[in-house]
Design a protein around this ligand. Structure first.
Ligand code: NZQ
Ligand code: ZN
Length: 383
């Protein structure tokens, strides 16, 4: 196991009715801006619970943050924050709203010339507004991690800074009952891939990390399909919500190598062709695992045996069985695993490779051996 430090100070308030604890979580004298998306919270009772919890508080709202939050729109929120002297941000929604809020928190205090530099060149910043969140879509782990992904035109870029770690995350599984099947599937697939990208590399003796990862994968395999067939099953929703959080709150990834190449490639598919984040991952990951099966052989065999109970003697056959089972699971969650499922063909490949070059994402993977030529091969096997 590699050396590591681990700290995750986000206070998680988990369970039905936890939105009511907001008054204890937000300092009483704050000027609060509530940021949310396109309106799902107005239809599922979350907004009403929010209004009740914030009664008597000084708060305003900024709505309409869409999937893959856009820089220009977020800058409107930054202007509002500055104009109104806002000093606390509350994100209410899915990963896009939480990520967008993190960017607003950083950009509102940014001292440099152009806040886009936070994303474009990873410009450091020393201050951000405090934020908390009420999560309504288990998927990204953004509710208790320091990462955010923001888009501008055909650029989809991320930044990481502990200053934008939410102070608290309210996780009420009943808020997820209203998710459309497409977002249920997306969430489960995204969390599943987050776990695999911290697990399917090479062994370093991280038994704790491996067993945690395998357990979380099992929880998603068991509960994901049930969330589609029994949308109001509380325990199912609770297990998915907690698993998705633990998948990317830093815990399982400490002390082990990572491979975020499926995300790096997938972000280009979203930026250029509009695939949902999880759709892009479901296309890239299986093909990438096949391409990298030699480098990942030991962990793939372990994954095959422990997660899918694949028992074939021949290692290559066992690995292929695990990859097929993974694809079938994504498809069972309603997420297509081929570019053709999204009306794309080989003509998209050069643009994706050139975007990767443009953002200097040319040495991906745990061995930095995935270059644009390899990406082209991976995508051509995912047609
Ligand atoms: O906008 P509203 O009306 O709220 O509708 C949303 C949106 O249309 C809807 N939704 C959310 N909660 C709902 C609901 N509909 C009904 N009932 C509910 N309870 O779902 C749609 C998608 O929401 P979005 O926030 O875009 O989805 P998700 O949570 O999957 O977030 C995706 C974004 O997160 C980034 C992705 O790249 C993408 O931009 N990621 C962030 C990460 C991080 N910060 O650590 C890591 C991830 O790998 C990922 O890259
Ligand atoms: Zn993801």
């Amino acid at each position: 196991m590699h050396n590591f430090q681990y700290s995750n100070p986000t206070r998680v308030c988990f369970g039905e009715g936890q939105i009511a604890s907001l008054p204890e979580l937000i300092p009483a004298d704050s000027r609060v801006l509530v940021l949310y998306g396109g309106g799902s919270i107005k239809h599922n009772g979350v907004y009403d619970q929010l209004v009740a919890a914030l009664a008597g508080r000084d708060w305003q709202e900024f709505s309409g943050i869409g999937a893959n939050p856009q820089y220009d729109q977020l800058m409107e929120a930054v202007a509002l924050v500055k104009r109104e002297g806002i000093d606390f941000l509350l994100a209410v929604g899915g990963g896009s709203v939480v990520d967008g809020t993190k960017f607003v928190a950083a950009a509102a205090c940014y001292q440099g010339e152009d806040p886009w530099d936070i994303l474009k060149s990873g410009a450091p910043f020393e201050r951000a507004l405090p934020l908390g969140c009420v999560l309504t879509l288990p998927a990204t782990g953004s509710e208790s991690n320091p990462a955010a992904v923001v888009s501008r035109g055909d650029a989809k870029l991320s930044f990481y800074n502990p200053l934008v770690l939410p102070q608290f995350a309210v996780l009420d599984p009943t808020t997820t009952y209203s998710l459309p099947p497409r977002q249920v599937g997306n969430g489960v697939v995204d969390a599943f891939v987050h776990i695999l990208e911290q697990y399917l590399t090479f062994p370093v003796g991280g038994d704790v990390q491996d067993r945690l990862a395998e357990g979380l994968l099992q929880v998603l395999i068991d509960n994901g399909p049930l969330a589609l067939s029994e949308p109001q099953n509380y325990q199912v929703r609770a297990n998915i919500m907690w698993a998705a959080s633990l998948a990317l709150n830093g815990l399982i990834g400490r002390g082990v190598p990572h491979d975020w190449s499926s995300h790096a490639i997938g972000h280009q598919l979203t930026a250029l062709y509009g695939l949902d984040h999880a759709q892009s991952l479901a296309v890239v990951l299986p093909s990438l695992l096949r391409e990298q099966s030699a480098q990942k052989q030991e962990k793939l065999c372990q994954y095959a045996k422990r997660v899918w109970q694949a028992s074939r003697e021949d290692k290559a056959l066992r690995i292929e069985e695990a990859i097929i089972r993974t694809e079938q699971f994504f498809q069972q969650m309603g997420v297509g695993t081929r570019l053709s499922d999204y009306s794309l063909n080989e003509s998209c490949i050069p643009a994706i490779c050139s975007n990767l070059k443009r953002f200097e994402l040319t040495a991906l993977g745990e061995h930095q051996d995935i270059d644009p030529d390899k990406v082209a091969r991976i995508l051509s096997h995912a047609l």
